[in-house]
Design a protein around this ligand. Structure first.
Ligand SMILES: NC(=O)c1ccc[n+]([C@@H]2O[C@H](COP(=O)([O-])OP(=O)(O)OC[C@H]3O[C@@H](n4cnc5c(N)ncnc54)[C@H](O)[C@@H]3O)[C@@H](O)[C@H]2O)c1
Length: 214
């Protein structure tokens, strides 16, 4: 969304934390007001930063009164484009890919507000393509551009081996996908206007291991 173009990624990263707190509050029936203090505490962010972050997007609460839980939740969902379905393609249907598909299907089925939806799968292994996985057809990677168009894919999850990840990301970009979540341990390069996020459990474990020596 062009409207929020100048907002820093550090701010954008905190918005899902706020949304999670508000979703939990809403689900447990806390439908009234929440102060920036409480929202911050539950999200692990200072109250001043909560107020500053939200102020980028408008006036959501009254000073000294707090934020209305349901209203702010809806507004955050709109800001994050989560008020509509985001259609996702997953490339590399191996162990990790399969686990992510199962997790996504479960979340999508359980929660009617969970709008992140893996709707297309791709692989290049002849023993996998044209077969079904959990009710979804696995397309050959060569069909990426065509299926992206057909299925209106906006985001891709990359779970191929590291050596194939850049080439797969390039194909995603060519197909018109503008958001890529990469799980391969590879430093990917994407052009301006395409957004890349990397998830790496090994790096997190290595970081934690450092503290075990203390
Ligand atoms: N980020 C993390 O925390 C994390 C955790 C585990 C694994 N990984 C990484 O995720 C990736 C997948 O791991 P895995 O254990 O599921 O591997 P896997 O071998 O089980 O699955 C990889 C899949 O990618 C497919 N593939 C290979 N090249 C392809 C290409 N060019 N186009 C389309 N599909 C292609 C393979 O056929 C296979 O189905 C690896 O890069 C691994 O290092 C990351």
């Amino acid at each position: 969304m062009m409207r929020w173009k100048k907002i820093s990624d550090a701010v954008v990263r905190r918005l899902p934390l706020y949304l999670r707190v508000l979703e939990e509050a809403h689900q447990s029936g806390e439908t009234k007001l929440m102060s920036s203090h409480e929202l911050g505490e539950r999200a692990g962010v200072s109250p001043a930063l909560v107020r500053k972050d939200l102020a980028w997007f408008g006036e959501f609460g009254k000073q000294g009164v707090g934020y209305e839980v349901g209203y702010l939740r809806e507004e955050l969902r709109k800001i994050l484009n989560l008020d509509r379905e985001i259609r996702i393609g997953l490339i590399g249907v191996g162990s990790l890919g399969h686990a992510l598909v199962r997790y996504n299907q479960q979340r999508y089925a359980e929660d009617s507000h969970f709008n992140l939806h893996i709707v297309a799968l791709f692989d290049n292994d002849p023993s996998k393509v044209h077969r079904q996985l959990d009710g979804m057809l696995i397309h050959p990677i060569d069909a990426l551009a065509e299926v992206t168009k057909q299925e209106r894919l906006q985001m891709a999850i990359v779970t191929v081996p590291a050596a194939a990840a850049q080439q797969v990301a390039d194909r995603c970009v060519e197909a018109g996908i503008r958001a890529i979540l990469n799980f391969a341990p590879a430093k990917l390069v994407v052009p301006a206007g395409v957004y890349l996020a990397n998830a790496d459990v090994s790096l997190e474990m290595q970081r934690l291991a450092y503290y075990l020596g203390e």
